[in-house]
Design a protein around this ligand. Structure first.
Ligand code: PMP
Length: 391
């Protein structure tokens, strides 16, 4: 009989040769448990997914209750399904008036794909602008706007008419012109080790888009649903995007994504051609029920209140001669160690001491800290103590 580890390496398609390969058999609150009963504090949240921790009782109940009623009944957008209606209502109440119409999909990449099509259809233009070092997903459209050539070169040809600007570079904003359908941009660049927008930068991008008739697509797939201390990061930067992208934490651990715009923009997907974007599982009722419970719990349990101070506590405690910088917003943090091999060694040590964390796709010299937002002061102190010990 092959062991689970043998099956993992032989029969499960893996995107890399050396994943952490922990065998997790249970997760609860802040903790993961492996098959040997070892407990790990989760400083990763499945990469910004489990913002309420694992198995939040309200989310679990919503999932179970919905399963007892129905799960899949029909492809997206054909029937009135209560969890989808509740979710779009909840989001509409949280968002500005111009973001009133939600198209639900099953992942972040799909939200990106849908939004690119919507922008092309709405503007009748083809030029797409994205940022160097951006990460928006792994499907062909999302890959086309990835700001790292290494990950794209083997898969060309990709989408044509894609152009890149430098995040935070005011001068590059001038490249957004009358031919531009959309600018796709993260609120905070995640994959490259948490680069926050400089004062007024995102607003300047949005203003330029408005001036030339392009749409600004804001990717909040990582930053959304409370990660940076407000429900959506854009609330901190004094502008409203034309299209907002959510996924990851939205489904409370279930697969769900959304692209959200005004009804006027979204309605373009209905005509010429009709059925401009279709999905079988988009807005799966069980996932939408989990999302409603997640958004309600974040509000009812005042989860957002302490996110910024928790992030600050990490920054105060993580002082060490080997740490070049600790940067980020709220609980989206990069600990920059400056050196890849050393960083990977520290991460291995942390994992063996019961801290689960990892690095960034484009920044393997930085430790990624994105714990569930429910992490408490004691847990932060304990985690930082273990990181310092590993250093
Ligand atoms: N955009 C951003 C900013 C992301 O971090 C990710 C996922 N890491 C995606 C898009 C793609 O999401 P998914 O993996 O659900 O397709």
């Amino acid at each position: 009989m092959p062991t689970n580890l043998e099956i993992f390496h032989s029969n499960l398609a893996l995107p890399a040769d050396d994943p952490p390969s922990l065998e997790i058999i249970r997760a609860e609150g802040m903790y993961l448990y492996d098959q040997d009963g070892k407990k790990y504090i989760d400083l990763n949240s499945g990469i910004c997914v489990n913002n309420l921790g694992h198995q939040h009782p309200k989310v679990q109940k919503a999932i179970k209750d919905q399963l007892d009623k129905f799960s899949h009944v029909m492809v997206y957008g054909q029937m009135l399904l209560d969890p989808q209606l509740q979710l779009t209502k909840t989001l509409t109440d949280l968002l500005p008036d111009s973001l009133s119409c939600s198209y639900f999909v099953s992942s972040g990449s799909e939200a990106v794909e849908g939004s690119l099509k919507l922008a092309k259809r709405y503007t009748r233009r083809s030029k797409i602008i994205a940022c160097n070092k951006a990460y928006h997903g792994s499907t062909q459209g999302a890959l086309s706007i990835m700001g790292r050539e290494y990950f794209k070169q083997a898969f060309r040809p990709l989408l044509p008419d894609v152009h890149f600007i430098e995040f935070n570079n005011q001068k590059d904003i001038e490249l957004i012109d009358e031919k531009t359908a959309c600018v796709v941009i993260e609120a905070i660049q995640g994959g490259t080790g948490v680069i926050t927008p400089e004062n007024g930068y995102l607003k300047a991008v949005k203003d330029k888009c408005t001036e030339v008739g392009a749409l600004m697509i804001l990717d909040e797939i990582q930053t959304g649903v409370g990660r940076t201390g407000t429900m959506f990061a854009f609330e901190q930067y004094d502008f409203v995007p034309d299209i907002l992208l959510l996924a990851k934490a939205l489904g409370g651990g279930m697969p769900l994504g959304a692209f959200i715009s005004s009804k006027e923009i979204m309605d373009k997907l209905k005509t010429n051609p009709v059925l401009g974007h279709i999905t079988t599982f988009g807005g799966h009722p069980v996932c939408c029920a989990a999302a409603v419970a997640t958004l309600e719990a974040i509000q009812n349990e005042n989860i957002l209140e302490a996110v910024k101070s928790k992030g600050e506590l990490f920054k105060q405690l993580l002082i060490h001669e080997k740490i070049k910088e600790v940067r980020g917003e709220g609980l989206m943090i990069a600990v920059d160690l400056g050196e890849t091999d050393y960083c990977q060694e520290v991460i291995r040590k942390c994992i063996s001491s019961g801290l689960f964390l990892d690095w960034f796709l484009f920044a393997d010299h930085c430790i990624r800290l994105s714990p569930p937002l429910i992490i408490n002061e004691e847990e932060i102190k304990d985690a930082c103590h273990k990181i310092l010990e590993a250093l």
